[in-house]
Design a protein around this ligand. Structure first.
Ligand code: SAH
Length: 469
């Protein structure tokens, strides 16, 4: 290593910044965040530093740098664009043994600034030893994505409960194991979701269980997660994290293999597939399964295609969890309508073509049965999106036309949208079913009816190996 990574305590320490421009201002702010006592030396002062100086938050001397400025200084940063000034700051600092950083001149520095991921009090510093600050920032971006924004709150809770845990679990090894499981389970998820009260309650239960004979029994956690329409990159950050951490995944037929591949290889996987013709697990059994797995103390992910609250029966599953007092969270996903529309180049609304959009299901039991208000669905200024509509399409077509829909209104069916297997078949309301049948379109597929479909020809951007019809 060329540099020793350390975290320097600056509180109350006198720091000097040479230079008064924007770069200097950035460094001043970094030092102030770490509670340093900052003064600036520069013949000129930019707007930002002037504000800080006027507010008395920094000291300021309007003059050029002299080595004497380093008296009683603990750390110095040179942020000028004058090579000679930077060199003399570096030389004077070295002579006095004061840590010095010269912005953008690694060869003049005795210390360098890392790229930061700040989840105070958790702080991660990334450095490439000056080789490539851009690369350091790319690494930082990855870490930013991997660490929930509320990571710091988790550290705070751990700090607040540290003594209690020490008393409750005197054995150091057991205590470490307790923290390991606690800090990555449901407790963390509750904190990340901003549910601090529930998190505290969950923590109390964990600690009580740990002190009893049956550690971790009954204190698992369920995440009801939307897996999106197929492309794994469409997962939310929270969905990705919960999938990667899950002990058990109960998944639907619609969840794509690409998404399932993100799970831990040792995670238990339950297929709760629900092809409309072959109900693998009845809903009630799925509900009970989730409760049982959580009671075993596991991190359970109930993974559903698209969004759990759009034709996903997510509501029924959480009702049971609530009744049984199982802690849970709901992670929304990209629903098939928005995912498929985007990947098919069909905007669901458009100023010229559609001011509203309606999602309906063609599944006879829960959707377009006898109670449907067909007239409300017939509106040339509205986009109609039909989930699970392939089988019922002839009837839907006939009803819409009988209720006044234009048989020539553009319509599309998107099969396996957002995946490498995506196919889009376009036609109009009267022809779509025949076209789809000819092309042997199968489930899952989504129907979009409305003038916006005419934009598909112009806006197609996602080309797949699938046979584009
Ligand atoms: N909760 C899901 C919908 C479940 S209903 C969501 O929000 O997307 C299942 C129906 O969704 C399928 O019959 C199909 O109409 C649609 N669907 C889901 N994923 C799809 C995909 N990748 N391509 C096309 N349609 C899809």
């Amino acid at each position: 290593m060329d540099y020793l990574p350390i975290f320097l305590k600056l509180e109350g320490q006198r720091c000097l910044v040479v230079g008064g421009g924007e770069v200097a201002a950035r460094k001043v702010n970094a030092l102030l965040r770490a509670k340093g006592k900052v003064s600036v030396v520069s013949p000129e002062l930019g707007a930002e530093l002037t504000t800080l100086a006027d507010a008395g938050r920094i000291g300021f001397s309007r003059k050029g740098f002299e080595p004497g400025d380093l008296d009683a200084i603990h750390l110095v940063i040179s942020a000028t664009n004058q090579r000679a000034v930077n060199e003399s700051v570096a030389a004077a600092a070295r002579q006095k043994g004061i840590p010095v950083n010269v912005v953008d001149c690694p060869e003049l520095c005795s210390f360098i600034f890392p790229a930061l991921v700040d989840r105070y009090p958790v702080v991660i510093a990334v450095s490439t030893g000056g080789a490539s600050p851009v690369l350091a920032r790319l690494v930082r971006a990855r870490l930013e994505a991997a660490l929930p924004a509320a990571y710091g709150r988790l550290a705070k809770l751990a700090e607040a409960c540290r003594q209690r845990v020490k008393t409750a679990i005197p054995d150091a090894t057991r205590r470490r194991r307790f923290w390991e499981s606690t800090l990555q389970g449901g407790l963390a998820e509750l904190i990340f979701a901003g549910q601090e009260v529930a998190a505290q309650r969950h923590f109390d239960r964990l600690l009580a269980a740990e002190s009893s004979d049956q550690p971790s029994a009954g204190v698992g956690f369920v995440s009801l997660v939307g897996a999106g329409p197929g492309d794994p990159d469409l997962l939310t950050l929270r969905a990705l994290r919960t999938i990667q951490e899950a002990d058990v995944i109960v998944y639907d037929r619609l969840v794509s293999p690409e998404v399932m591949r993100l799970a831990r290889t040792d995670a238990e996987k339950f297929d709760a597939g629900k092809a409309s013709s072959r109900h693998t697990l009845p809903q009630e059994e799925i509900n009970q399964l989730l409760v049982r797995l959580a009671r075993e103390g596991k991190r359970v992910v109930r993974l559903k295609g698209g969004d759990p609250f759009i034709f996903g029966r997510g509501g029924e599953e959480i009702e049971t969890l609530m009744e049984q007092g199982v802690p849970f969270q709901i992670v929304p996903g990209v629903t098939a309508a928005t995912g498929c529309a985007a990947y098919a180049g069909i905007p669901l609304t458009h100023r010229d073509h559609a001011q509203s959009v309606v999602f309906v299901t063609g599944h006879s039991r829960e959707g377009l049965g006898s109670t449907v208000d067909w007239e409300r669905l017939v509106n040339p200024q509205q986009t109609l999106v039909i989930y699970m509509g392939l089988q019922a399409l002839p009837r839907i077509r006939d009803e819409l036309i009988a209720h006044g829909a234009d048989p020539g209104i553009p319509a599309a069916i998107i099969e396996q949208g957002t995946t490498p297997r995506q196919r889009v078949v376009t036609g109009n309301l009267s022809t779509l079913y025949e076209l789809a049948t000819q092309q042997q379109v199968t489930s899952p597929s989504l129907i979009i009816i409305g003038h916006v479909v005419s934009l598909h020809d112009k806006l197609t951007w996602f080309q797949t190996q699938g046979r584009e019809a």
